[in-house]
Design a protein around this ligand. Structure first.
Ligand code: MG
Length: 265
């Protein structure tokens, strides 16, 4: 959740202006939240309220303007539109609340499918969302990066064998789950800490805010988010966003303590 939001904000200035380096100013004045933050928080509120994901996505995305993808924008503004067989990486960047707000792994996967299939009902879209959910769930449960890599490769058949330095030289903009999720997971699993994970994600280029949002959602569960970064992110958010985040973290009490103990380890 907040990890995805921070990745989105930091990556927002690099989506159409890639940099292939980890050396860049983290939060900058021209950073802003984009569709990755809006959709993540819409679905967090939806799960907290037990509501219809389509209604929450449409409500939030009509209220907050962003550079939504063509197919998604059309869906947002058509109340009668059904799922449109998308395999886009939007399925993966917005799914983190399913892992954070679930009771167990099976429940997390059920919630992930519930909030994904309203738009991204292509098998590769559903798979991307499920893989990110599993990675977050495992990290929250105390699994190591090596254990997560092994299970994701086995369960989802993604190739996580390349290192960030091997991905970076040839990686380009890609809006599919298949061309984003394995790279984003690798950027989180190879990192030393939360900030390092986001720097990995931005440094490979591509759809930077979305890659960093996915990476950030997993890195948050693996490492926790340092309090100075939490504080620095707040001025970029609307009051309503912060309220939804606070409500969300209040209801993941049992995992909050796990994550906090990880970050002080
Ligand atoms: Mg975006």
């Amino acid at each position: 959740m907040l990890g995805a939001v921070i990745g989105d904000i930091v990556g927002s200035v690099y989506e159409f202006d890639n940099i292939k380096t980890k050396d860049f100013p983290f939060f900058q004045d021209r950073c802003r939240f984009t569709d990755d933050t809006i959709c993540t928080l819409a679905l967090a509120e939806c799960l907290l309220d037990g509501g219809d994901p389509a209604i929450y996505l449409r409500r939030w995305c009509r209220e907050y303007e962003s550079s939504y993808g063509f197919g998604f924008r059309r869906w947002v503004h058509d109340d009668n539109a059904g799922p449109y067989n998308s395999w886009g990486n939007g399925a993966a960047m917005r799914v983190s609340p399913a892992a954070y707000l679930a009771k167990n792994h099976q429940d997390a996967l059920r919630l992930a499918e519930h909030i994904t299939q309203v738009t991204h009902d292509h098998p590769r879209g559903l798979l991307g969302a499920a893989a990110v959910t599993t990675a977050i769930w495992l990290a929250l449960s105390g699994a190591t990066a090596a254990e997560i890599r092994k299970q994701i490769e086995r369960q989802y058949r993604y190739d996580l064998g390349r290192r960030v330095d091997e991905i970076r030289p040839s990686y380009e903009f890609n809006e599919s789950c298949d061309g984003t999720v394995p790279e984003a997971i690798t950027c989180a699993l190879e990192a030393q800490d939360f900030e390092d994970a986001i720097r990995n994600a931005i440094s490979i280029g591509g759809d930077s805010d979305t890659v960093a949002a996915i990476t950030g959602s997993i890195a948050e569960a693996l490492f926790g988010i340092p309090s100075d970064l939490r504080t620095a992110a707040m001025p970029f958010l609307r009051d309503r966003f912060i309220e939804v985040l606070n409500r969300s973290y209040k209801s993941v009490g049992s995992f909050q303590s796990k994550r906090d103990s990880k970050s002080t380890r």
